[in-house]
Design a protein around this ligand. Sequence first.
Ligand code: NAD
Length: 299
Amino acid sequence: MRIGFIGLGAMGRPMAKNLIHAGHELHVFDLVQPAVDELVAAGAIAEENNKAVAAASEVVITMLPNSPHVKAAICGPNGVLEGRHPGMKIIEMSSIAPLMTREVGAACAEAGVPMLESPVSGGTMGAADGTLSLMCGGDKALLEELRPILEVLSSSIVLCGGLGAGNTTKLVNQHIIAVEIAAVAEAFAMGQKAGVEPEVIFNAIHNGYAGSKVLEGKLTAAMDRQFKAGFRLDLHIKDLANALETAHSVGAPMPLGSLVMDEMKYLSNNGLGSEDNATLMKYYERLAGIEFHRCQEAQ
Ligand code: NAD
């Protein structure tokens, strides 16, 4: 199939490569030329803008940072809708505000282009392995039609409801991860200051109820002092902002989310926004005056 892929960042690049490996003809665009060059080297065809991507493709996938980027890439000048043609469909996979999903979806419907939303969870590893979890929103029949493409990228596909339900679900996911990183950091800082090595605590508890992917992935990253993104802190701030905005619009208080948001902003304002979201642990390290580390005895 001729598939367009727009947004060749940390997630988009491995996802697009998996579609090429599955035998699809990929037409790609990104504002960053080296990202396009990497995909062309992997077998993709570079297009001059998002309109040209659409004109060349039966299905267009977007994987962009946030709401304004998605609106610009799909509805803006030289955007996907300008390159529309009968039969073309859109899979919008970015993590954006649910309200924007509905707004862009409505613009697509008015232009006669069916759109499925499908934000993802699973990180750059899941993108590379083709094991992302997809939180879809939109029409069930459209999802079934597009399922063979989605299955190249994912190991779990759940239809959450109409347009916006996928990104609402993604916001739940992002809120939990943010608060969980903070909770792990706060608890482990206490443990380390009280004299027990973090790696010993990890070994003792990670198979119990406190065990989690955050504990496995983010605490170990902090102990190894590995903060290269991965998932940039600034993207997580974007998700929490969308979660808090959604929460306010429906009258759902999020005191924990508001607190962690300010902690993340403090770190971003102090130069850490491009690091992995594991860098949130540094806020608690600074509060406690410690740094997490591996211990020789436990290895
Ligand atoms: P990224 O910033 O690495 O990549 C985004 C890409 O979009 C960039 O290469 C940028 O140049 C391009 N872009 C921006 N505007 C454009 C436009 N108008 N036309 C064409 N290209 C444009 O971001 P990412 O980490 O790949 O994340 C993409 C989305 O997936 C985000 O919404 C993010 O929250 C979500 N997500 C990321 C991860 C992760 O681990 N990185 C995990 C799950 C979900």
